[in-house]
Design a protein around this ligand. Structure first.
Ligand code: ADP
Ligand code: ZN
Length: 209
């Protein structure tokens, strides 16, 4: 299966992507995680991406598309892939279409008010990349899953978040229409518990298989 997760920042796409990848044994590719890893290792890609990410803007398409096509060419993507965070605009979608067309797009639909609340309390694990909310784990720096260190992402501050939401509405949300026209869009209500959202995703995926 070649799958795309589409949804706003905080829609839960990263969390759901991790569960899907594990249960269905698909290579999970998160462009945000790849960029953060490059920033941590201070690679040329990381240095280039950082200023865009800090401002809540998209990293230029040349950089992002090259990373994704390179990653999709690796052995573990032969049987399929799950893309979390790509494509994020029409040009990226067209590039992907030409390189390796997706079978299904899981679109997590949510309202901005929920996103603000979720991201405001989000903590991310440096080790397993898991994402958690302080309302369920409390004010801790220890990952409940792997014991790794939890931190608050630099771009999860109110100013950057508002820029990210603007970019999402302007550039990424129109992709729902693009994939609806191609008949591969599956809309899932993101305003539900993680388990409820995952159950809805499973119903879609089990029908596709
Ligand atoms: P979220 O979905 O919560 O905003 P991500 O981890 O997916 O978080 O992305 C973080 C940042 O990484 C984005 O705001 C953007 O700057 C950059 N980024 C991630 N994916 C892409 C992409 N496909 N194209 C351009 N920039 C991207
Ligand atoms: Zn962890």
């Amino acid at each position: 299966m070649k799958l795309i997760m589409l949804g706003a920042p905080g829609s839960g796409k990263g969390t759901q992507a991790q569960r899907i990848a594990k249960d269905y044994k698909i290579a999970n590719i998160s462009t945000g995680d790849i960029f953060r890893d490059n920033i941590k290792r201070e690679t040329p890609i990381g240095q280039k991406a950082k200023s865009y990410i800090d401002r809540g803007e998209l990293v230029p398409d040349e950089v992002t598309c090259a990373i994704v096509t390179d990653r999709l060419s690796q052995e573990d993507c032969k049987g399929g892939y799950l893309l979390d965070g790509f494509p994020r605009n029409l040009r990226q979608a067209q590039k992907l279409e030409a390189f390796s067309a997706p079978d299904a797009v899981l679109y997590l639909e949510t309202e901005d008010s929920i996103l603000l609340e979720r991201i405001g309390g989000r903590r991310v694990c440096r080790k397993c990349m898991g994402s958690f909310h302080i309302s369920s784990i409390g004010d801790t720096t220890v990952c409940p899953v792997c014991g790794g260190e939890l931190y608050r992402r630099d771009d999860d501050n109110p100013a950057t978040l508002s820029a990210r939401l603007d970019v999402y509405h302007r550039e990424s949300a129109p992709l729902a229409g693009y994939y609806r026209e191609r008949g591969i869009l599956h809309t899932i209500k993101g305003n539900a518990t993680q388990d409820e959202v995952y159950a809805a995703i499973k119903r879609v995926l089990d029908k596709l298989q």
